[in-house]
Ligand binder design. Sequence first.
Ligand SMILES: [Zn+2]
Length: 241
Amino acid sequence: MIAALRLIEGGTAAAISASAGVLAYGVRVPSASLLAPSVFRGDVARPAIALTFDDGPSESTPALLEILDRSAARATFFQCGANVRRLPDIAREVAAAGHDIGNHTDTHPMLHFKSRDYIDREVAAAQETIERITGTRPRFFRAPYGVRWFGLGEVQRRHDLTGVMWTTLALDWKRPVQQVVARLMRGAANGAILCLHDGRVLQPRPDVRVMLEAVRAVLPKLMEQGFHFEKVTDILCPTKN
Ligand SMILES: [Zn+2]
């Protein structure tokens, strides 16, 4: 716990008691910045939502790009280096369509109990691959499974990355379409960051039909409510913690 407290920034250490509960909070809670500075929500003054897609690119990503285009939506894709090497043309297509590409590690490991050097190698390999193949160097990072660990904050700083969590997890990998649609509609708000998946970890040809159907259904409804869809970088404001 001492190590964790050393990592707290902004002089908030005194306000936080050293307990296992704090550690669990720092590792998993989207709004926590204990182990690595992260943003989890955008500007609440504007009706802009950030759609984010993790674990891609996959063979289904082009279908998603078409759906996004129909709503003039720009999104942020947190890609894994290994998937970018497997499907370089699709990764380039994402960048060419005007979306942002973030770093989601190279091979999608759970980061807890990993050394700082291990975390650094995972992040660095994804940075290198994404930049080499798409020509853009990621500025945002999303931890696999949302799990942050000791050393991640330093690794993010070294690579100039800002962590991005979410306001709503769509649970699109395990719930039926109607429930995913309902979660997204409930989660829609000014500055919301919605987390979906256009891949499934490193699986080739993942089944992401639920995500595609849900996004196809939800975007026109949200536009009717006055929302539009921006990249994370365009909706940001700092975390509260
Ligand atoms: Zn993931």
